[in-house]
Design a protein around this ligand. Structure first.
Ligand SMILES: [Zn+2]
Ligand SMILES: [Zn+2]
Length: 427
């Protein structure tokens, strides 16, 4: 499907159109899509404004912090109209990250039909044997890496259908499948993060509590927010920096066909991107769904969480780290960060995402989103990206907004369970 036809998914259905009209109405009428920022920290009393190190947060909603019981009691008369566990559903991040990993993997599959060329190593036959036990290759600059040499062209469809013809000298199927997935995982790292996080902001962080009498269908609206253990998530976005991986975990590519001379490096660990979350109490969390390309081949089962997408995403590359890990398996060194949730331009540009009344208006707004997300990706990466990638990012973001909208309307998140060891697999 071409991005320009995405409107037919519209606000009323997921990719398969599974939704009844009442729910669709309910979603459409959730207008005034305005970002509702959560608490940024716990250092200011929501009642008296006093500053402190770390005040306690209202257990009913996670939206207020108080310096003490007297302020909480004094505020209750007004706050009780907004507070309450039934009015705010706080989703545990550890139960929700498989969704984010799945949305990123969904993007990589690029089934929207963007006509973007496949990775060159997935559209040519591999002519050498970059198996795990093979010696490393020295590059012209003295660095070593795992070099993948490719020759005759092969259509990406045929590569998927006949992997043993794509890479005949792989030690076994597992090694071959792993290399294929690592190469797939190199594409769209920053655009797929932007698409997933902006969709999360657009769908989750625009919900607010509304009593039944103030809604179109006379049904109470809830606020949905992320928390990590007991602290509300205060911010999320993209971190840029480096990760410590060994040379044998990196890839480079060389075209070996006569007359051709092409060399490119795979994902660069010195220039890596991941998702950061900050809690209101100041904890820093890392979600890195791009490490698979760097040979950290851990995936999380996304089916068990009821996160089926179309086409189905059964598992997704995933690496999560909180501060409690003193010796993390992969060390991340952050150089710069770009907030998504607290980016004013992004907040403005998603305000309309579900309310377009005709094709022209829809197209105009689609153009705004394409430009907005594209510029954000370019700012993060520090380079220009293709127009087609910008369009794909906006289209995938809208599809993700719809996927989230359906699941939030059906309150599927109530059934999400925290990621456990049995959900995580190395393959
Ligand atoms: Zn106070
Ligand atoms: Zn409260």
């Amino acid at each position: 499907m071409h991005p320009a036809n995405l409107e037919y998914l519209g606000a009323t259905g997921d990719a398969r159109g599974f939704i009844n009209s009442t729910k669709a109405m309910d979603i459409i009428m959730n207008d005034n899509r305005k970002v509702q920022l959560p608490l940024s920290d716990l250092k200011t009393c929501s009642r008296c404004g006093r500053r402190g190190e770390r005040f306690s947060v209202c257990g009913g909603c996670g939206e207020k912090a108080y310096c003490g019981e007297s302020c909480q009691a004094a505020d209750w008369e007004t706050h009780k109209k907004q507070c309450g566990k039934d009015r705010t559903h706080r989703i545990e991040l550890l139960a929700f990250i498989p969704m984010i990993a799945a949305l990123m993997e969904w993007y990589r599959r690029d089934d929207i039909g963007s006509d973007l060329p496949a990775h060159p190593a997935l559209s040519h036959k591999i002519t050498n044997s970059p198996n795990p036990d093979a010696p490393l290759d020295q590059l012209f600059d003295g660095s070593s890496t795992r070099l993948v040499k490719f020759g005759a062209p092969m259509s990406p469809k045929k590569v998927l259908e006949n992997p043993e013809k794509w890479w005949p000298t792989a030690s076994n199927d597992q090694v071959r499948n792993k290399l294929m997935r690592r190469i797939e995982c190199e594409r769209f790292l920053v655009p797929s993060i932007v698409s997933a996080l902006v969709a999360l902001m657009a769908e989750m962080y625009t919900t607010k509590y509304l009593p039944a009498r103030d809604t179109f269908l006379n049904k109470m609206k809830r606020r949905i927010r992320l928390k990590y253990l007991n602290s509300p998530i205060a911010d999320f976005g993209i971190a840029k920096g480096s990760v410590d991986v060994k040379p044998e975990d990196t890839l480079a590519y060389e075209e070996t066909d006569p007359g051709m001379c092409m060399f490119m490096r795979g994902l660069d660990p010195a220039n890596h991107y991941w998702i950061y979350f900050t809690t209101a109490s100041g904890e820093e969390l890392i979600l890195d769904c791009g490490l698979y390309a760097l040979n950290y081949c851990q995936v999380v089962n996304t089916e068990r969480h009821g996160l089926e997408l179309d086409p189905p995403i059964r598992d997704a590359p995933f690496y999560f780290q909180d501060r409690s890990e003193h010796n993390p398996p992969i060390a991340h060194h952050e150089k710069e960060r770009f907030s998504v949730l607290r980016d004013f331009d992004l907040q403005e540009d998603i305000e309309w995402t579900q309310t377009a009344t005709n094709h022209q208006e829809w197209q105009r707004k689609m153009d705004v989103l394409t430009k907005s997300l594209g510029e954000f990706v370019e700012r993060v990466q520090g380079n220009r990206i293709m127009k087609e990638v910008k369009q794909l990012t906006a289209a995938r973001c809208l599809a993700s907004v719809n996927a989230l909208a359906i699941r939030f309307a059906q309150r599927q998140y109530l059934g999400y369970t925290m990621v456990s060891e049995s959900d995580v697999e190395t393959k």
